[in-house]
Design a binder for this molecule. Structure first.
Ligand SMILES: Cc1cc2nc3c(=O)[nH]c(=O)nc-3n(C[C@H](O)[C@H](O)[C@H](O)COP(=O)(O)OP(=O)(O)OC[C@H]3O[C@@H](n4cnc5c(N)ncnc54)[C@H](O)[C@@H]3O)c2cc1C
Length: 410
């Protein structure tokens, strides 16, 4: 593999442990049952992974993690993507909601929720999206109104993976509806047993078996001690949580595409047309070349974003680029894999069709790729402004740059 030189031996060892887990401990039958929606939960995988100590690799040992870095986490997560988006999502969920608890939670919250979640004993989910819109997250309308030692939640969340059987949900809700949007939301740990109503109404194109559903909050009473971080301060939690939310599924989808490409590339060395194996046709092998290049470029972007996160620096632009590029590229790679295989690739004889269905979600969830573009251009223009005067004035190199009167800006 091309990127292994970037990992230290102990980091590679963890990646290999996860790779081995994926190779030996995830039965194909479970993946089929999930794809058929006969199983609507990734709990079985989280329980197994938790018992092997491979969930939430970045978190400290005392909370059940492995005290590793972001780079290791994404290298390991790529391996889980090989078996599909829903299992990989189940694997990363403790790492996503765990980020909020690890950085903002109280010691008591960490002990009661983070530790058992990373051991695979509690199953968790995140509830951000509402029927009125996911992109406009800070326009949320679910309310959390203080009542003595409780917050009373009312509203609705949708498309929540793990809705069907999670033990607890990380829920964002408006605690100060009159404040400006970024100062109006708080984050809560809400146990299923507090009285959340769940509706299972979705048939999904792909990424099936994760128990995606709708949550209804009707006067759900959440004890004060389950408020995560500051009251009305969920903006900073959201920002931190968006790093694993976007980076880990990006690594997962690279694994998904990598697996599809491997199936297709092996096929080309066996399948014959016109008395020769089809890898001899450049029309075929160049699709492999393009795909490998896209995957390596996507992985490089993810690693760069992860390295920056490891340095504690702002990753908004790189994480958004990684999410957008990894999901767009993986879709292209899996599409190529299907094309390479001809008609049989379109059938359920090979897993490519499932990978293609799974991959489509990547461009939509955890912030659509349009929202990623919004963030990327915003950060780029900011950087551009900040670098003004620090680099060479290239405009001055034009043959007729002195013709100032021709430089009209409207
Ligand atoms: C299978 C599945 C699982 C999911 N899992 C979860 C989960 O576990 N938890 C959770 O909270 N959410 C989850 N989601 C929700 C997902 O993150 C949202 O669907 C996504 O963020 C988009 O929100 P929306 O569907 O409301 O679309 P909208 O926000 O209505 O957007 C519609 C379209 O408008 C575009 N758009 C909106 N605003 C802008 C803008 N300012 N600039 C440019 N374009 C814009 C969008 O890009 C999109 O194309 C899941 C979704 C699916 C389908």
């Amino acid at each position: 593999m091309m990127y292994e030189f970037l990992l230290k031996p102990e980091e590679l060892a963890i990646r290999d442990k996860v790779r081995q887990f994926v190779k030996d401990e995830i039965p194909s039958q479970m993946l089929r049952e999930m794809d058929l929606s006969n199983i609507e939960s990734g709990r079985w995988l989280v329980e197994k992974a938790g018992s092997r100590g491979i969930l939430g690799l970045r978190f400290p040992f005392e909370y059940g993690g492995q005290a590793m870095n972001w780079v290791t986490d994404i290298a390991a997560t790529e391996e889980t993507g090989v078996v599909g988006f829903a299992p990989s999502c189940a694997y990363v969920m403790p790492s996503i909601v765990g980020e909020a608890l690890n950085l903002f939670g109280t010691e008591d919250q960490k002990k009661r929720y983070l530790v058992p979640t990373l051991k695979g004993k509690l199953y968790s989910a995140e509830a951000l999206t509402e029927p009125r819109g996911g992109a406009d997250f800070f326009g949320a309308t679910t309310t959390a109104i203080k009542d003595g030692d409780f917050f009373v939640l009312n509203g609705e969340k949708r498309f929540v993976v793990g809705a069907q059987d999670s033990d607890w949900f990380l829920v964002y809700a408006k605690s100060d509806p009159d404040a400006r949007p970024h100062d109006s939301i708080s984050c809560f740990i809400v146990e299923r047993s507090f009285g959340i109503e769940v509706q299972n109404i979705y048939q999904l194109l792909g990424a099936r078996g994760g128990g995606t559903g709708r949550l209804l909050f009707k006067d759900v009473r959440v004890p004060r001690e389950n408020l995560v971080g500051e009251l009305n301060g969920a903006y900073s939690i959201f920002n931190k949580m968006m790093i694993p939310e976007r980076l880990l599924p990006s690594a997962g989808i690279i694994g998904l595409a990598r697996a599809a490409l491997e199936v297709a590339a092996r096929y080309t060395t066996r399948r014959k047309a016109f008395d020769q194996t089809i890898n001899n046709f450049q029309a075929v092998s160049f699709m492999v070349a393009d795909s490998v290049t896209m995957l390596d470029a996507a992985r490089a972007l993810c690693f760069t974003a992860a390295r920056k996160a490891d340095l504690g620096q702002d990753t908004r632009r790189l994480v958004s680029e990684a999410k957008k590029f990894a999901t767009d590229s993986s879709w292209g790679v899996i599409n190529n894999a299907m094309q390479i295989m001809g008609g049989i690739g379109y059938t359920s004889i090979y897993p490519i069709e499932r990978h293609l269905r799974d991959a489509r979600l990547g461009m939509i969830w955890t912030g659509t790729n349009q929202i990623m573009s919004l963030l990327i251009q915003h950060e780029y223009y900011k950087d551009l402004k900040n670098s003004q005067g620090l680099t060479r004035d290239v405009e001055g190199d034009a043959l007729n740059s002195e013709q100032e009167e021709e430089k009209h800006y409207g």
